[in-house]
Design a protein around this ligand. Sequence first.
Ligand code: ATP
Length: 318
Amino acid sequence: MSIVVREISKSFGEFAALRDVSLEVPTGSLTALLGPSGSGKSTLLRVIAGLERPDTGGVSIAEEDVTAEAPQRRGVGFVFQHYAAFKHMTVYENVAFGLRIRHRPRTEIRERVGELLRLVQLEGFAERYPAQLSGGQRQRMGLARALAVDPKVLLLDEPFGALDARVRKELRAWLRRLHDETHTTTVIVTHDQEEAMEVADRIALMNEGRIEQVGTPRDLYERPGNEFVMSFVGPVNRVGDAYIRPHDLELCSEPNGSTQEAMVERLVHLGFEVRVELVRDDGTRLSAQVTREEAAALELDVGQIVYVRAVRQTTFTS
Ligand code: ATP
């Protein structure tokens, strides 16, 4: 049940939201569309769903060209940021809805809904109404409802976008486990690189209506194809033409041939990790990342002078 997007362009008036976008989402994968606000992620997802008609190009789902098909004939399950539930129906009835309108037998509906509520960990909530659920529970109900009719693909548009940071993190881990159980081909839109890195097998990074790079989270982080990818996927320092990840800066207490002097301006203790904000005498700011043990060994303190060396750096030839 792969998704193939071929040379899609889409403009709104004069504005080109998608420019010749091609993408393959392999069967059973969880692919993230990642990118800054306005880069075209939602538009691409809506084109795949059939909610937006492209100006040029085509979409195939499960090897079938669906470019001219209406959304309801594409076999897609869709979940938005604010999941629109039927307020007057219980959780059970919401999840059962798609099966009821397909006139599935009552016993099959009961079994399937029970199984789905277990999958989204809402077994005890079947008789509640949507207003009696937390935001995270409502989104999980949305996923159950989308999965009920066995969609060929699942399309998620910032499904956890409206939730607080802790719940988002929990739901990410939960979505990953759910995907490992169901293996439904899934595309998730997010502007949060950490969310994409944590949840997805593959990331398509978008910028200004184009796909900059497609790969595993590790590929994008370790082998970025250009400056945009390097800067968007994880924190980075820029020194002249060189890009240096914070963990690739080594801090020493004594100078040696290749080090440069810098002053510790700020220390942020994040459990295992310590983030060290540095300033050099020419005013350049650098961010380094060391372990708690390394910080203790260097006796790091604000105002202290340290000697900095890049262990690894990346430059791009344009
Ligand atoms: P965000 O993370 O902010 O949702 P996005 O990457 O999902 O951003 P899109 O929603 O795809 O971006 O929008 C891409 C561009 O197309 C934006 O500049 C947006 O203003 C524009 N756009 C989207 N839908 C329409 C529309 N129906 N009419 C006019 N312009 C639109």
